[in-house]
Ligand binder design. Structure first.
Ligand code: PFF
Length: 464
């Protein structure tokens, strides 16, 4: 198979690569701190409901569009005959470029922490803000991370992306289980588990609802065409409905497991759970230190290596989207496309890198009516992941159900077999994509925009 476009060599390879895209910093870094800020188990419940009810059907739709057309997100809408809808593809490309631009910086922190802990520097947690401010160090790690990502993507789908996922995903799984078993032995571990599992529904506010939705989309890599792109490499014979179900389960499973690891760690030290983006970076090194020099280095380095691996399979998919666009639409060779796009995105990410302490104007970038003060990196996150992804998901659902039409979507789900008997999962997807997804995604999108940018708290106004 040609390296330019290529394809996954097996169904398992596809599932692991897509799950690799889904499982990332979103699960291990973002999910726990969102749970911490969003009131614990109540957030977890919302997140789980959104993943299965709203995101799973969109996941199937993305894969179906990709597999039907065998093209990148922009080309896919054009190939189905709807040129104007290519705008959804362009929105996806923009989201992908913006997300990777800051994601790579956080990935660089994770990898930097791995190196620091390996050298026994447990005080790195107290020096978190100095670390993120030090743009030369962070910049060097992020160059390394981007080079690694581009190296894999340039080797193509089966030889690069699929191979990396087949090694990294099982390793990640083993590491996470080992760390949970250890975390559960710590003092006060059970308080952490209680915070995580026993919901207090009075904690649910408008912000918790849309943060949970944003998190579900981000975590499943949805709404920007990453799964259209990966879907375009899937065999016409694979069952995409059950593949999407496996991907959702794996992603939700790892996020859930990450909570079982982080909250016992956090509660064992009596630390507040609402530490925000710094939660794991500030709190964990001290916890590892308390294990003593040798064990601390082993467990701590293992943790940050795990975080780096998880991030790596996601940066690969983020880079693959614009690369596939250049290969398909601009007829560029894969190697050349990969490196050009990687350099471009790295440059786009520089202001984000400088916005966590290094440059004052970027650190105190804007103050939004609802969302408050944001640094440049968080501002880009708010636009690309919290706003564009649900918008993209909404448009993909509307497109699939009402423009491309359900008959065609169902035929693709049935691998082109008109006499196929629908499974209950397929029937659910068919129903949800036309009604539940557009209505809920559309309304939550409006609430997010009004709340964050204009400070209009609709849900509070409606429900008190
Ligand atoms: N799903 C990734 C995570 O949870 O870390 C982030 C991500 C990857 C978002 C790829 C979007 C994407 F296309």
């Amino acid at each position: 198979m040609s390296i330019q476009r290529g394809g996954f060599s097996s169904r398992l390879g596809f599932i692991l690569a897509a799950a690799g895209s889904a499982v990332g910093l979103g699960n291990i870094w973002k999910f726990p701190f969102e749970v911490g800020q969003g009131g614990g188990a109540a957030f977890v419940v919302m997140y789980l409901v959104f993943c299965f009810v709203l995101c799973f059907p969109v996941l199937v739709a993305e894969i179906a569009i990709g597999r039907k057309t065998q093209l990148n997100p922009v080309g896919a809408f054009k190939a189905l005959g709807y040129k104007n809808w290519a705008i959804v593809g362009y929105l996806g490309l923009a989201s992908g470029v913006l997300i990777l631009s800051f994601y790579n910086v956080v990935a660089a922190w994770a990898f930097g922490y791995f190196v620091e802990i390996l050298m026994g520097h447990f005080d790195i947690g107290q020096r978190f803000s100095e670390f993120t401010k030090d743009w030369i160090t962070v910049g060097s790690y992020s160059v390394l991370f981007m080079i690694g990502t581009a190296f894999v993507v340039s080797r193509g789908v089966s030889g690069g992306i699929e191979r990396a996922a087949k090694i990294l995903m099982p390793t990640l799984f083993v590491m996470i289980i080992a760390l949970i078993l250890y975390a559960l032995t710590l003092p006060n571990a059970m308080d952490g588990i209680r915070f995580y599992l026993v919901p207090d529904f009075s904690q649910i506010t408008g912000k918790v609802v849309y943060s949970a939705l944003g998190q579900a989309f981000f975590s499943l890599s949805l709404g920007m065409g990453a799964l259209i792109t990966y879907g375009s490499y899937v065999s016409k014979k694979d069952n995409i409905v059950t593949a999407a179900a496996s991907i959702t389960l794996l992603d939700v499973g790892v996020a859930t497991l990450a909570g079982f690891m982080i909250f016992p760690f956090v509660f064992s030290q009596g630390i507040e759970t609402d530490g925000g983006p710094g939660l794991i970076f500030v709190t964990l090194p001290g916890i590892f230190e308390s294990l003593g020099a040798t064990l601390g280095v082993i467990v701590g380095a293992l943790f940050f290596l795990l975080l780096s691996f998880a991030a790596f399979t996601s940066t690969i998919s983020l880079l693959e989207v614009p690369t596939a666009y250049m290969v398909d639409e601009k007829k560029m060779k894969r190697k050349k496309a990969t490196w050009i796009v990687a350099i471009f995105i790295f440059l786009v990410g520089i202001p984000s890198m400088l916005s966590v302490g290094a440059v004052d104007g970027l650190t105190h970038f804007v103050t939004l009516a609802g969302a408050g003060e944001k640094n440049f990196m968080d501002f880009i996150g708010l636009i690309a992941s919290d706003t564009f992804l649900p918008l993209g998901g909404f448009m993909i659902a509307v497109f699939t159900a009402y423009v491309w039409k359900k008959e065609n979507f169902n035929l693709e789900m049935a691998n082109g077999d008109e006499n196929h008997r629908r499974s209950w999962l397929q029937s659910y997807v068919d129903f949800a994509i036309g009604y539940i997804c557009p209505v809920l995604l559309g309304s939550i999108f409006i609430v997010t925009v009004l709340d964050n940018f204009l400070g209009i708290k609709i849900l509070t106004m409606l429900f008190g």
